[in-house]
Design a binder for this molecule. Structure first.
Ligand SMILES: [Zn+2]
Ligand SMILES: [Zn+2]
Length: 385
């Protein structure tokens, strides 16, 4: 899979670009890539998608801040398009347009319960509804998070019953029109209160407002039309993900109702901390122990990084606690070539358990030192005098 390009790079702007500059860059890109303007360019549509996605994030100050902080993982739990198991990752395509099923249930669902009459029409009951999202967790090691890893996901999800093909009827028999309400899902009820006669409506009790009934329920799903089944898939976790990031596998959650689309699987990634490295954003922090001799005379040392050992020249006279930075040796931003830095602090180990001979040698050596050899100590005693 090709790495996703950095949004600033996509729009050809700097990280400090103003809103006006972002807008200007976007308009230029639209002119350059809009498929309507370039009908012969086969890549125009892909390019335009990339540009729209970048603009969507960078033109929104909140999303932009999150992107600056955490990269792609900060702006969309699915990290945008990527190759995955069946269905792949949802990416940005899944947002923006409302789901037709959700819109239907918004409109019709709100009709039920009005004024306490509890009228739900067959139409509302039978409107397409999106299936539920399934949440699950995976645990990966610190190094797997740095390098990327393929993991298997296993969930139990609702699927269309294979025996009745979702009808809920035995042997796949289709539901029949409810004889009590003739398919409307509604019953009229006449009530007398004092001298007055009220006509009210309520959901048909026989069919529960669906307008249809099942004569004989499918034994596999008890008439529900769905069964819960184990489902496994593999996802590719990109290098650079951080603890708590989530990954969305579109369309692999619970099946939809009445032809609504499936829900998604939302995978939360838990990263086990490392015993040696610490991570903050895309930067890595560690400590390296050196001897007092290496600190005094300088030396070429090997610094463990997430890529393996990096050689580094410690200058002579290095003090305990000094922090050095290895540029671009930190963690990748997911789907980007951007990398953080590796910061390591030097810990100078003072020799312990000296025998008499060693102590004498050290004392003799110490007596040979003058103020030029210990500027800090001199400064301190001058100040304290
Ligand atoms: Zn069934
Ligand atoms: Zn009915």
């Amino acid at each position: 899979m090709a790495d996703k390009r950095d949004y600033y790079e996509v729009l050809g702007i700097s990280k400090t670009a103003t809103d006006a500059e972002i807008k200007k860059a976007y308009h230029a890109m639209v002119k350059k890539y809009h498929p309507d303007l370039h009908p012969d360019d086969k890549n125009a549509e892909e390019k335009m998608k990339e540009v729209n996605e970048a603009y969507d994030v960078l033109s929104d100050s909140d999303k932009r801040a999150r992107y600056d902080r955490a990269g792609f993982a900060g702006v969309d739990p699915s990290y945008g398009a990527g190759a995955g198991g069946p269905g792949g990752f949802g990416g940005f395509g899944g947002t923006g347009f409302g789901d037709i099923g959700d819109i239907f249930s918004d409109i019709f669902g709100s009709m039920g319960g009005f004024g306490g009459f509890g009228t739900r029409t067959a139409q509302s009951q039978n409107a397409p509804r999106k299936g539920d999202d399934i949440r699950t967790d995976v645990r990966i090691s610190f190094m797997e998070a740095c390098r990327g890893v393929d993991v298997s996901i296993r969930v139990n999800r609702l699927e269309k019953c294979p025996q009745c093909h979702g009808t809920g009827g035995k042997n796949g028999a289709a539901p029949e029109t409810c004889p009590d309400c003739r398919g409307s899902g509604v019953q009229r009820v006449t009530q007398r209160l004092g001298g007055a006669v009220f006509q009210t409506q309520r959901a048909c009790q026989r069919c529960g407002g669906k307008g249809t009934i099942i004569r004989e329920a499918c034994p596999a799903c008890m008439g529900s039309g769905t069964v819960r089944k184990p489902f496994s898939t593999k996802i590719s976790i990109p290098k650079g993900v951080d603890n708590g990031n989530t990954n969305r596998i579109t369309g692999e959650g619970d099946c939809g109702v009445n032809g609504g689309r499936n829900g998604d699987i939302i995978v939360r990634i838990n990263v086990t901390p490392h015993e040696y490295f610490e991570r903050e954003g895309n930067d890595i922090y560690s400590e390296v122990t050196i001897s007092y001799l290496q600190a005094a005379l300088g030396d070429e040392i090997t610094v463990p990084t997430i890529d393996g050992g990096e050689s580094f020249k410690i200058p002579a006279g290095t003090q305990n606690g000094t922090v050095f930075v290895l540029k671009n040796k930190g963690v990748n931003r997911p789907y980007s070539s951007f990398r953080g830095d590796h910061h390591f602090a030097v810990k100078v180990e003072v020799p312990r358990n000296l025998n008499r001979k060693q102590a004498e040698l050290l004392r003799a050596f110490d007596e040979s030192l003058d103020d030029r050899n210990r500027a800090d100590k001199k400064k301190f005693s001058d100040w304290f005098r």
